[in-house]
Design a protein around this ligand. Structure first.
Ligand code: NCD
Length: 368
């Protein structure tokens, strides 16, 4: 694997191996404390972040490597109009691995195709957030002892919540998974993900009441209503208090339910619940560091020979090949256009529109 852009870039075997590696890092931290000596992580965060950025940076430092960072678009050349493709080529000159968060959907894919070092998507708008999912999976595994046969409640902003999108794409591939999708109608899961649930034959129901869903859940994954993604502030005001988990509501849950939240929380989980033994969201944040350590190690190892094939002292220039091998021949270039205003095709000037089975290659929204 060259880049981790979408959780589906990791096979189930690779997810399981990465979890194993993270568990070994937890047990034997000193074994790994020089594993990345001399390596540099470029940490590009063009959107707000506390956990993801700091856990990536702390992960690289714990592995013995160094970190260079651009904490904000305003102070990078993106603000001067530099493209993502050029940013990739430049940052590759100074780093061995790149983690980027960017509000533009599909931007990490373009960065990955143009970088000569591995790229990790640390969140691309409301689209996906694969490394948060790896933290979620490690937490579920450590708490429940399995990733199969689970009834998972996903509650809150399922439309814009990228952590939910990636978690679904991961869990769909495990046996016996059922989802209860708990959201107001306006914030229900995007169609492209419902289509995936249908085509993967995964059981799900859509409901609005958290209380009704609680008693039967093995895992409850709460999310924040994503204010920054709303185009209509009045709609956010109307929906912002849709769910608030209180002690009383927690009493409806089973004794062994695992309560997760990618954080930050606004008001979806009362602080009074923090002492409940079923609340695992702070462990989840810590698990994020272990999984990011494991992923950095994996990507550096997987790409050693590719990176070494670039002659020392030369910047690598190449023409990116955006269409994945399996879609060659069926992808339509510049025939059907993506109209999602938040997609990278709207901001990256020379990027072709690429449509596969009626959906944009970069953001997965419908093309016309
Ligand atoms: C999430 C994100 O950025 O998508 N946070 C995180 O990375 N832990 C969730 C959120 O912002 O609501």
């Amino acid at each position: 694997m060259k880049n981790l852009i979408d959780i589906i870039d990791l096979s189930v075997e690779e997810i399981d191996e990465t979890i194993k590696l993270a568990l070994d890092i937890i047990k034997n931290p000193t074994t790994y404390s020089h594993a990345c000596d001399g390596k540099v992580l470029a940490s590009l965060f063009f959107e707000a972040s506390t956990r993801t950025r700091l856990s990536f940076e702390s992960a690289m430092i714990k592995l013995g490597g160094g970190v260079i960072s651009v904490p904000g678009a305003q102070i990078s050349s993106i603000s001067k109009g530099e493209s993502i493709a050029d940013t990739a080529k430049i940052v590759s000159c100074y780093s061995d691995i790149i983690a980027m968060r960017n509000p533009v959907e599909g931007s990490a894919y373009v960065l990955g195709q143009n970088a000569s070092v591995p790229v990790i998507n640390a969140g691309d708008g409301g689209h996906c957030h694969p490394t948060q999912t790896t933290a979620d999976l490690l937490t579920i595994y450590r708490v429940m002892g399995r990733l199969e046969n689970l009834k998972i409640g996903l509650c809150g902003d399922l439309l814009y919540g990228r952590t939910v999108h990636s978690l679904i794409n991961a869990m769909n591939r495990y046996k016996g998974i059922k989802y209860v999708l708990i959201s107001p109608k306006e914030l229900s899961l995007p169609d492209y993900l419902k289509d995936k649930l249908d085509s993967d034959g995964v059981c799900y129901e859509e409901v609005e009441s958290l209380e009704d869903a609680m008693p039967s859940l093995d895992v409850l994954y709460m999310t924040r209503i994503q204010r920054e993604r709303f185009s209509d502030p009045a709609q956010y005001e109307r929906l912002k208090n849709s769910y608030c988990l209180t002690k009383d509501k927690m009493n409806l849950a089973g004794e062994d339910m695992c309560l997760l939240h990618p954080l930050p929380r606004v008001n979806e989980i009362s602080e009074k619940i923090d002492e409940d033994k079923r609340a695992y969201y702070f462990d989840q944040a810590l698990n994020g560091r272990y999984m990011r350590m494991a992923l950095i190690l994996k990507l550096l190892r997987d790409n050693e020979s590719f990176v070494n094939s670039i002659p020392a002292g030369t910047a690598r220039h190449f023409v990116p090949d955006y269409i994945p091998e399996k879609y060659k021949g069926i992808a339509e270039v510049n025939v059907h256009k993506c109209t999602n205003p938040k997609c990278i095709t709207q901001t990256e000037q020379e990027l072709d529109h690429i449509s596969i089975n009626g959906r944009c290659l970069f953001c997965e929204q419908k093309t016309i």
